[in-house]
Design a protein around this ligand. Structure first.
Ligand code: PEP
Ligand code: MG
Length: 874
């Protein structure tokens, strides 16, 4: 096996495709040389060698050293210099570089090859003694630090002392004689630490290579990999490369730049440059770099070379690049290039402009924007995410993205009261119940101690595009005393709080926000996405406002309208719902239902109008009834309820008691309600069809899909279906109007998936309710998963939260099975998904493969789902 790959002028043994073996840096150095850019020659030792080095107890595999020396000969030949030759010394850089970039995590040594004799030789040859000893002192410092474990500050102190004696502030103001003194002092630092500086350049090189391999296993590298979920890499490669010198006076320097602006995408070099310096000066922050334009002014020739090189690189890689370079006496050298990280705004603009420039096809452009990029574009952001790091007091699950700033309040009523007096609030709760909905709506953001990614708060917040953090185990919320504790700090009512719903960070104080920027290129880009997409994208929306919002985002219908969310919209509505629940006779219940009907009809009318003929899927009542009953301070509410409903207080209490459930999610809910109380289904269906008739009579179009929840057997669906059809027929006859409608079901109980063939005999459409389907397939309660999910993720027992990213192996198998059986008994069966995973990109790609007709997700995720569906189809 070849362990060393050389690169040099127009001939490289490696190329850009070999990232796994040569690391990102090595592969790109090889590629840049190959296409004729000016890259100092060098060699790359493979990542496999790193793995062998560690398994064999810190030893190079047999023959490897000889290979390195052979590679070194080619570098020496191209440079006309030799390692350790005092007359013509070759200097080297030794750098790490894994297949995935780990910025700043591993080690680098520059100017390797110097000793007293070679430093003198370098001075003579370059005619610049100052430069030679500057390189020498830099080498002693870096080598001491990286290879010999001598703390950098010990060198720094010596340098500072001499600068103080000479009364200068800049390193560059030291003379050659001063730097010789620095070198002497640095050697004393080695001695004072009991270390011997290896004078032999070959020994220097060997130990530097070892140090880079060692840095792969360093604490910080291990932590970085685990934090960023980087697994499966073999090790780091080592790049040994001829030095280009940025510290040879005013015609030299070093810089980093992006070929386009990584924040805005503008096509203009963006970066920083330091005159008369080497790379580590930028990183160490000793001197403040100047904008890249400085180079254009001071060294126009080198700048021109840089521009040409950047153009060449973009043409070659067909993407924006992030590069490092050095200018040595006016000559440009490229030291690194890689695809540049960018914001959402930049990603869209760059993709669109690369198409216009003829560099990429629209297919390629569609793949260049990541779903998280779009997500960023659609939510307000913090103006500067670095600026607040010192004020982060804890974190929870990033349940709904975006940035929110407001004053802490601890219940929904306070939220509404504060908001109505013009104060922005953050609602802080132990958990939220449907009763908090209005408070949540008025809040800028929501913070919950409990709950997972699909807890009530999370689902609702995402639906509104409102930032939300849930499952924050470090947080202790005392709602009663209106105080919360986290990270040793107290949050009291009225304290300013900032939430980053994209990262889960909780930040004290008021952090500045920036509005979402919808660049004009986004429209064009999304058109390309939609042209490719096979899956339709619908939305989950409960109100006419949500429905309109979602249409703006490109929703092609409503895949789930949870009618009950509107029950809390006003005091009057919830009071009516409660009267219906505590009714002791059928007459009383029918009376309450009749009062509820106009509310529902108005909502449905608004939604159907907003969707104007696009399919609108309305689900029959689903949640267990106790969710609508008051909790907390009961006495007063129950007395009022008794008065209002014309029943006794005892009857109210006994009803509440009867409705208490041990496992509410597996309890008296879904179609079980409509089968037990057919009058509820009848009222809802009548409201739907009366609304449809009104819209049609006003000249609108309607496609109504009535959906039955929580079906497990074909008989359950058949029961509700005949009810729906009977009422539909009645309303259509009464109004002499034909409404185009279908009756279908959710597939969210595992048995329904297994019985899909039988169920599809009745159902005209399926919609996978993957929240419940996941809950019942795993047996994990959706509201309580926050208690153990972090541990499962940490131990690798789960790779993702299955309520967020569909579990393809388990739940996905049930879906595939149900699709196959369902279509076998009804070939034109319409199939979609309306669980939370329906807007998640990996899930969308999977469902595209499985052959669903549509996905349905919250309005803010519609563009993301469109992108994922478009990408899946490329
Ligand atoms: C589901 O279970 O996936 C679903 C969409 O319904 P809900 O979340 O309302 O139970
Ligand atoms: Mg459900």
């Amino acid at each position: 096996t070849q362990r060393v790959f050389t690169f040099g002028k127009t001939k490289s043994q490696g190329d850009a495709s070999m990232k796994d073996l040569l690391g990102g840096k090595g592969a790109n150095l090889a590629e840049m040389s190959r296409i004729g850019l000016s890259v100092p020659p060098g060699l790359t030792i493979t990542t496999d060698t790193c793995a062998e080095f560690h398994t064999s107890g810190r030893q190079l595999p047999p023959g490897c050293w000889e290979e390195i020396l052979e590679g070194l000969r080619t570098v020496e030949a191209e440079m006309g210099l030799r390692l350790g030759d005092a007359a013509a010394p070759l200097l080297l850089s030794v750098r790490s570089g894994a297949a995935i970039s780990m910025p700043g995590m591993m080690d680098t040594v520059l100017n390797l090859g110097l000793n007293d004799a070679c430093a003198a030789g370098l001075a003579k040859r370059s005619g610049d003694e100052r430069f030679a000893f500057d390189a020498y002192r830099r080498f002693l410092d870096m080598y001491g630090n990286v290879v010999m474990n001598i703390p950098h500050h010990l060198f720094e102190e010596q340098l500072e002392r001499i600068k103080a004696e000479r009364k200068v502030t800049e390193d560059t103001a030291l003379s050659a004689a001063d730097l010789k003194l620095v070198v002497a002092k640095y050697k004393e630092v080695y001695k004072s630490r009991g270390k011997v500086f290896p004078e032999d350049p070959y020994e220097q090189m060997r130990l530097a290579i070892y140090a880079v391999f060692d840095s792969w296993q360093s604490e910080r590298a291990n932590v970085y990999r685990s934090v960023n979920g980087i697994t499966g890499l073999k090790g780091t490669a080592v790049n040994v490369q001829a030095m280009a010198f940025g510290n040879m006076g005013l015609t030299s320097g070093t810089g980093v730049c992006f070929t386009r602006n990584p924040s805005t995408g503008e096509r203009k070099l963006y970066g920083e440059y330091l005159i008369n310096a080497q790379g580590e000066d930028v990183v160490a922050g000793i001197r403040t770099p100047e904008p890249i334009d400085t180079l254009a002014r001071t060294l126009p020739g080198a700048y021109q070379q840089l521009v040409e090189n950047c153009n060449l690189l973009e043409k070659h890689y067909k993407d924006m690049q992030d590069i490092e370079f050095t200018v040595q006496e006016g000559q440009l050298y490229m030291l690194q290039c890689r695809g540049g990280k960018r914001t959402g705004q930049a990603a869209v603009r760059i993709a669109v402009e690369l198409v216009d420039e003829g560099l990429v096809t629209t297919d390629e452009a569609v793949l260049m924007v990541e779903p998280t990029h779009l997500d960023q574009l659609l939510h307000p952001q913090f103006a500067d995410e670095e600026a607040y790091k010192g004020s982060v007091v804890g974190s929870g699950l990033p349940a709904s993205p975006g940035a929110a700033v407001g004053q802490a309040v601890f219940d929904a009523e306070d939220a509404e009261a504060w908001k109505s007096s013009g104060l922005p609030v953050i609602l802080v709760r132990r958990e939220t119940s449907p009763e908090d909905v209005k408070g949540m709506y008025t809040a800028e953001g929501v913070l919950c101690q409990l709950g997972g990614m699909t807890s009530h708060a999370a689902v609702v917040a995402r639906g509104w595009g409102k930032p939300c953090i849930t499952g924050c185990s470090d947080l202790q919320v005392d709602e009663h005393n209106k105080v919360a504790r986290i990270g040793g700090k107290e949050i009291r009512q009225g304290d300013f709080l900032s939430l980053n719903g994209s990262t889960g960070e909780i930040i004290l104080g008021k952090q500045p926000l920036a509005p979402p920027e919808l660049a004009g290129d986004l429209g064009r880009f999304m058109k390309w996405v939609d042209d490719r997409r096979v899956l339709k994208v619908l939305t989950n929306a409960d109100t006419p406002e949500d429905a309109e919002e979602a249409r703006k985002f490109g929703a092609e219908g409503i895949g789930l309208c949870r009618t009950e969310h509107m029950f809390f919209a006003s005091e009057e509505r919830i009071a009516t719902v409660r009267r219906m629940i505590v009714a002791q006779t059928k007459e009383a219940r029918l009376k309450a239902l009749a009062d509820l009907l106009p509310f529902q009809r108005t909502d449905f009318e608004g939604i159907l109008k907003a969707m104007d003929g696009l399919p609108v899927t309305i689900r029959l009542l689903d949640p267990p009834l106790h969710e609508f009953l008051p909790d907390g301070e009961m006495t007063e509410v129950c007395e009022a309820l008794a008065r209002d409903a014309g029943v006794t207080v005892d009857e109210v209490y006994s009803t509440i008691e009867k409705l208490q459930e041990v496992n509410p999610m597996l309890g008296f809910r879904g179609c079980r309600l409509g089968i037990t109380y057919p009058e509820i289904t009848e009222m809802q269906v009548r409201a739907m069809f009366e609304a449809a008739v009104r819209v049609i009579k006003a000249g609108g179009k309607v496609q109504l899909d009535v959906m039955v929840p929580l079906v497990g057997t074909a008989a359950e669906l058949a029961n509700q279906e005949s009810l729906v059809r009977r009422v539909a027929k009645q309303v259509m006859a009464e109004s002499d109007t034909v409404v185009s409608y279908r009756v279908g079901t959710m597939i969210e109980v595992p048995r329904a998936a297994l019985q899909a063939g039988a169920i599809a005999k009745t159902a005209e459409f399926f919609s996978f309710g993957t929240n419940d389907l996941t809950q019942m397939t795993f047996g994990y309660s959706r509201d309580d998963i926050g208690k153990f999910l972090p541990i499962y993720l940490e131990k690798g027992i789960l790779v993702n939260d299955p309520f967020q990213v569909l579990d393809q192996d388990g739940v996905g198998e049930l879906i595939k099975f149900a699709v196959e059986r369902g279509r076998a008994s009804r070939p034109d069966l319409k199939i979609g998904i309306c669980g939370e995973q329906g807007g998640e990109p990996q899930t969308v790609a999977f469902l595209h493969e499985v052959g669903l007709d549509y996905v349905s997700c919250s309005p803010f995720r519609v563009p993301i789902a469109r992108l994922a569906a478009g990408q899946a189809a490329v």
